[in-house]
Design a protein around this ligand. Structure first.
Ligand code: SIN
Length: 279
C-alpha cells in the first residue's frame, strides 16, 4: 500500500496511512522516525497491535521509561493504562505539558494507543515548540537567552488522587522531583532550537526574581498555546500516536461533563521512551 500523509495543520502533526506498525524492521523504523522528526506528532488509525507489538515498536526508539508515580499493567509493566472513569471529569494531561519535564532526562517520545474512545470529547492538542521559539517575541528571546528554568513535578496527588482508576507504584510515592533545564534546548537528532518550558511543570527562571520570572513565563505560556502553533486530533479506537516529547507540548482536553450526560470512559495505553539530558 502506498504511504499517504495527511497534515493536521500548518504547524505540526500528520495522519499516516500505508505503514504497518507491526513491522519493526530497520527500514520501516527509519521511515517512522523520519516522519516523527518531520511532523513531531504522527497518528496511525486502525492499528491492531497487541501489547507485545506496542512494546516492540517502542523499543526501536530506545530504552523504555518507568513512570515515577504510576504502576504499569501487571503483565506488561512498561505500559501505563490511562483511565478516565465514566463518572469523573478529570483526565490525565489536561493542561499544556511536556511529559515528565521535571526529570533529569525527560521522556524522548511517547507511543499512545487508544483503547476506548468516547463518542464525543477527549481530543488531544499538540503545539510545536520549534515554531514557538522561532516566533517568540524578540524582547523575550533576549531576556531568556542562555538561561535555565526549574521544572518540578506536582507529586503523586496530582497524578493519582484525582484519577480514580489509576494505580500508584507499590509504595505511594509522594516525592516531588525537580530539575533545571535550559529554556531553549537543541534537538539531539535535528539540531533545531526548541522552547523547552511548559505551563504544568516549569516553575521559575533561574537568576530572575520571582515576579519577573512569573511575568516572562506567563507570556511564554500564552505564546505556546497560540492556536496557530497547534494541531488537534480526534481519536478513534486502535489509533497509535507517536509524539516527539522534546519538541512538542500537549494538552488532553477534559471536555467530559457527567452532569450534562457526557460522562464517558476514555482509556489509553501509554509507553514512554527514555530521553537524554536537555542541552
Ligand atoms: C498525556 O498527557 O500523557 C495523555 C494524552 C492523552 O491521553 O491524550
Amino acid at each position: 500500500m502506498q504511504m499517504e500523509i495527511k497534515l493536521l495543520s500548518g504547524a505540526l502533526g500528520a495522519e499516516i496511512k500505508g505503514i504497518n506498525l507491526k513491522d519493526t524492521s530497520e527500514k520501516n523504523f527509519k521511515k517512522i522516525n523520519d516522519l516523527l522528526l518531520e511532523h513531531k506528532v504522527i497518528f496511525f488509525r486502525d492499528q491492531l497491535i497487541n501489547a507485545e507489538e506496542h512494546i516492540a515498536l517502542a523499543e526501536k526508539f530506545g530504552p523504555l521509561e518507568t513512570h515515577a508515580y504510576v504502576r504499569g499493567l501487571e503483565k506488561h509493566p512498561e505500559i501505563v493504562r490511562i483511565i478516565k472513569a465514566e463518572d469523573e471529569q478529570n483526565q490525565w494531561g489536561e493542561n499544556w505539558h511536556s511529559d515528565v519535564s521535571y526529570n533529569a532526562k525527560p521522556t524522548k517520545a511517547v507511543i499512545l494507543k487508544s483503547i476506548k474512545i468516547p463518542p464525543v470529547g477527549g481530543d488531544t492538542c499538540f503545539s510545536n515548540m520549534e515554531l514557538a521559539w522561532e516566533t517568540l517575541d524578540e524582547d523575550i528571546k533576549e531576556k531568556i537567552k542562555g538561561k535555565t528554568a526549574i521544572h518540578s513535578s506536582l507529586g503523586a496527588e496530582f497524578f493519582l488522587d484525582n484519577y480514580k482508576k489509576m494505580q500508584g507504584n507499590k509504595k505511594k510515592n509522594y516525592d516531588e522531583y525537580s530539575n533545571e533545564h535550559p529554556i531553549v534546548r537543541t534537538h539531539p537528532e535535528t539540531g533545531k532550537q526548541i522552547l523547552f518550558v511548559n505551563w504544568t511543570y516549569t516553575k521559575k527562571i533561574v537568576g530572575l526574581d520571582k515576579k519577573e520570572s512569573d511575568e516572562i513565563l506567563k507570556k511564554i505560556f500564552e505564546h505556546q498555546a497560540r492556536l496557530e502553533l497547534t494541531c488537534r486530533f480526534t481519536w478513534t479506537e486502535n489509533t497509535v500516536c507517536i509524539w516527539d516529547n522534546r519538541s512538542v507540548i500537549h494538552f488532553a482536553i477534559a471536555d467530559f461533563y457527567p452532569g450534562r450526560g457526557l460522562g464517558y470512559e476514555r482509556v489509553m495505553d501509554r509507553i514512554a521512551i527514555e530521553g537524554d539530558q536537555p542541552n
